[in-house]
Design a protein around this ligand. Sequence first.
Ligand code: BMA
Length: 332
Amino acid sequence: MPKVFPELKSCPLVKRYENNPILSRHDIPYEATLIYNAGIAKYEGKYVMVFRDDVRTAYGELSLKGIHLGLATSDDGIHWDVRNKPFISQQEAETDEIERFYDPRLTVLDGELYMCFAIDTRHGLRGGMGKIHDLEKLEILSMTVPDNRNMVLFPEKIGGMYARLERPMPIYSRGKDRFDMWYSTSPDLEFWGRSKLVMGVEDVPYANDKIGPAAPPIKTEKGWLTTFHAVDIDNTRGKNGWEEKWPKRYTAGIALLDLEDPSKVIGMYKEPLLAPETDYEVDEGIRQNVIFPGGMILEDSGEVKIYYGAADTVECLATADVNDLLKLCLDK
Ligand code: BMA
């Protein structure tokens, strides 16, 4: 039996937005059941969000009809104007090989908007990377071999190379989950390599199953500040949300990576930054006890906006001060 962690609490320096969720199925003008795990970036004077919209046969039913990626814009990062049709609908994503796109992550680099995303295919789970043109069209630049996901692109080149964090899933070699966070670079956003391990599950004191990237990192004077997701399993957990059994809990962690070589961890807060606690995180939705950040924005005021999917059902916001987050990572 893995070590279990009964009580996990959020860091008191992080404040949830009082009117969470900031986006849910009620805000979507087309078919929508679960709105979550969005990517958010500031682009050309607006906040842009690409969100995951799982369409189930009905609210409360597990059967999946498809996943649309929706797009919304905002002037304040809180209130959103949702486009009247999906950015990429299930029908547009699907081919003979591709089943669906999901978990979008946005990064602005050299004034261009990029998106990393997960792709379920008939031959495994692939990580996609693309460029978004005019908030209308996705140009796919590369797709990994299976199985890889949770890819996030850094907002600038590092050592002359494009850089990303990612989470391969070497399930076949170990017989159980053993998923860690990796770093890879590329000269052109197409060919990726020189991969290095950043953090393993064993480095996170409140994880016993898997970890991986969450929102794309933000640059600070002290290093690249990055959220990550961390999962603990307790097999005694039973019914959860719409699932008969769901033993996993997803929390969000925070770490600081070296500016010149982000495969080096400078510091990590030893407890969760966000652990499921509120009604919309532990009592409602398809899979309760899931927090998954997908966007992090550093404002000029020093406020950091952290956007996260809650219970795989709604999209939420929490804020913190950048200096507090750095201190959490650097305190021994
Ligand atoms: C992962 C992904 C995430 C999701 C999480 C919890 O495997 O599918 O999108 O939030 O599970 O269900």
